[in-house]
Design a protein around this ligand. Structure first.
Ligand SMILES: Cc1cc2nc3c(=O)[nH]c(=O)nc-3n(C[C@H](O)[C@H](O)[C@H](O)COP(=O)(O)OP(=O)(O)OC[C@H]3O[C@@H](n4cnc5c(N)ncnc54)[C@H](O)[C@@H]3O)c2cc1C
Ligand SMILES: NC(=O)c1ccc[n+]([C@@H]2O[C@H](COP(=O)([O-])OP(=O)(O)OC[C@H]3O[C@@H](n4cnc5c(N)ncnc54)[C@H](O)[C@@H]3O)[C@@H](O)[C@H]2O)c1
Length: 449
């Protein structure tokens, strides 16, 4: 077997986490190789955040024109989505990514390799008959849809399949009531599909503030999305005109397309981790707070590490932590205390820090600032009927423990709350911050008032 043993670092995966570590170590003069099993670019750029946000932006523009039709947007009622054109627009972003990412890596002096690598020893990998040896390896292989013991599971499509559609199906079933299902539901319903979400228990979008989730569920239902609660999916089968999903309680639902939104798990299969001395428990890597595995030469980052929420900013953070630990000695720990997150529905649901439930369970003394925002002028101008906020403050002291927003500007405004929390600003200091006016951010002092 040919051998190339000169690498300081081999990174597995070309997403946000993998490229972040590879670039930093290469910039410090290390000899770095990056191996990708699919096309270069990773989930966020090719099959996740970016393509989803392109469809969301078009859908939001259409929806806004429709809502504001009575107020001078002539023809707004008739505005419709041309999904095939939207798909072409999306591809104008995603198609160039693989070649560009590979060229960027090579220009940086990183050896970019394609294929499925497998550990053969604690410091060695095999790739297409070639033996690669390195001082360190970083596992940044991302995540894939959870493989669940559901009969007929192979009939489910994935979010990848949905985001690649040339035309929307007449009926769409979304299994699970999490991020993927709610986001796809809002796109597909506005695009003309008949959409239904099946959520196992009574708490869809469980990590989010449930009083705002309830408003989002109402808004989703008002615009024609059926949200079924206590609908635990147990099987799928083919029927004459499509697919049928069977729930634990015997209910059945049919559609032309059924999408998996039942959670994602670290992609660790086929890596030969036993040969590397890397321990996996219940499908997750055993890592310390430095993201180091049970083999001290091997680290992990991003969705594959699964230490923080499976989000792009977490993958970026992990990449910084791992690169620092590799280059400067293993000192830096992860910090997931302030991670803003958004469900890109219309309106969007955003969250940072503790929900009221988490504060209660943690035994923290808290007080709330909460209310409806639909009458705020900046919201009324958009015609969006569902908008609300809930801020969790430390009782008496005013420290911001969490912020939760539903509304058109939620995705932008939530980061300001996260910034204030990270900077140690209390509610009084954040209220006094001068914000551009009128803007979504200028509502913050009303929320905290
Ligand atoms: C539909 C969807 C929408 C999303 N929207 C958002 C959003 O709006 N905001 C947000 O913050 N997050 C979002 N996410 C989550 C976000 O995309 C991920 O958290 C992020 O991309 C993780 O980055 P990563 O580098 O850890 O993994 P990835 O980007 O998944 O990269 C892992 C790479 O490793 C490769 N790989 C896998 N196995 C191997 C192997 N054996 N050898 C070599 N390479 C391998 C994969 O092909 C992939 O390219 C979304 C996810 C999905 C699925
Ligand atoms: N906007 C974003 O940031 C964004 C968008 C998409 C995905 N993501 C990331 O990807 C991850 C995976 O997304 P996801 O939506 O697949 O998972 P999720 O964890 O958000 O939601 C899964 C849902 O499926 C439900 N469920 C599980 N088994 C079930 C069953 N048998 N029947 C019915 N319901 C069942 C769960 O209760 C849960 O509500 C997210 O957790 C998030 O980290 C982020």
């Amino acid at each position: 077997m040919a051998q190339d043993d000169g690498f300081d670092l081999i990174v597995l995966g070309s997403g946000t986490a993998g490229t972040g570590v590879a670039r930093r170590c290469r910039a410090a003069g290390w000899r770095v190789a990056l191996i990708e099993s699919r096309e270069f670019g990773g989930t966020c750029a090719l099959r996740g955040c970016e393509p989803k946000k392109t469809f969301w932006t078009l859908t939001d523009a259409m929806e806004r024109a429709r809502r504001l039709a009575p107020h001078g947007v002539v023809g707004g009622e008739a505005v419709a989505m041309d999904w095939a054109a939207a798909q072409r627009f999306k591809r104008s972003f995603t198609d160039p990514v693989p070649q560009r990412r590979e060229e960027d890596l090579e220009q940086a002096g990183i050896v970019a390799l394609q294929g499925q690598a497998r550990f053969t020893a604690p410091d060695a990998l095999e790739l297409g008959g070639r033996r690669l040896v390195a001082r360190h390896v970083v596992i940044a292989t991302g995540a894939h849809p959870a493989r669940l013991p559901i009969e007929g599971a192979e009939l489910m499509a994935t979010s990848d399949d949905f985001l690649a559609l040339e035309a929307l199906p007449p009926r769409l079933l979304l299994l699970g009531g999490g991020y993927i299902s709610f986001e796809i539901a809002h796109l597909a319903a506005r695009g003309g599909s008949q959409v239904r979400i099946l959520q196992a228990d009574r708490t869809p979008l469980a990590p989010f503030e449930q009083s705002l989730v309830e408003r989002l569920v109402r808004r989703s239902r008002d615009m024609g999305i059926a949200v079924e609660l206590e609908a635990e999916v147990s099987a799928l089968r083919r029927v004459a005109d499509g697919l049928e999903v069977i729930c634990q309680d015997g209910r059945t639902f049919q559609a032309e397309m059924v999408v998996h939104g039942l959670g994602r798990r670290p992609a660790l299969e086929g890596l030969g981790l036993e040969a590397a001395g890397v321990t996996v428990e219940k499908g997750r890597l055993v890592l310390d707070a430095h993201l180091r595995s049970t083999n001290p030469r091997i680290f992990a980052a991003g969705d594959a590490a699964a230490q923080g929420p499976a989000l792009t900013p977490v993958a970026s953070h992990d990449a910084r932590v791992v690169a620092s630990n590799l280059l400067e000695g293993c000192r830096r720990r992860t910090d997931y205390s302030v991670v803003p997150s958004v469900v890109f529905t219309i309106p969007s649901l955003a969250s940072v820090g503790m929900t009221e439930k988490v504060a209660k369970e943690a035994g923290v003394a808290y007080e709330l600032r909460e209310g409806d925002m639909a009458d705020f002028m900046s919201i009324r101008r958009t015609g969006e009927p569902a908008a609300a906020y809930k801020i969790v403050l430390e009782k008496g002291g005013g420290r911001i423990l969490g912020a939760h927003l539903l509304g058109p500007d939620a995705a932008e405004v939530i980061t300001l709350f996260g910034f204030a929390m990270k900077a140690g600003m209390d509610a009084a200091a954040l209220s006094e911050l001068m914000t551009a006016y009128p803007s979504g951010a200028s509502n913050i002092s009303s929320m905290l008032g």
